[in-house]
Ligand binder design. Structure first.
Ligand SMILES: [Zn+2]
Length: 98
């Protein structure tokens, strides 16, 4: 009797721990990261949705409308942070940028 109660208690404890571990592991930042950002050209206001690279920051972006080569503003890590609707993946997931 006593042993059954004890093992039930241990199972409950293990399940609880497992679930907690599982929940933590199921919160990867990559899943909530959006990869499409709409860039607005500061020179001609041309807008285009671009797919951001997840492994690198994009420093230069040539506008399709006026062919101005955009560069990040001071303090921003890439053109998406400066001109896009959504900042780049490393910033979204709270990491220091590359
Ligand atoms: Zn432009």
């Amino acid at each position: 009797m006593g042993g059954l109660l004890l093992s039930t208690g241990i199972n409950f404890y293990l399940n609880k721990r497992y679930n907690m571990t599982c929940t933590t592991r199921n919160l990867p930042n990559e899943k909530s990261v959006k990869l499409h950002s709409q860039i607005t050209c500061p020179a001609c206001a041309h807008q285009k949705v671009e797919v951001m690279p997840t492994d690198a920051c994009q420093w230069f972006y040539e506008c399709e409308g006026c062919h101005t080569v955009l560069k990040p503003k001071a303090g921003d890590c890439c053109v998406y942070c400066s001109y896009g609707t959504i900042p780049c993946p490393p910033i979204q997931s709270g990491q220091a940028c590359c």
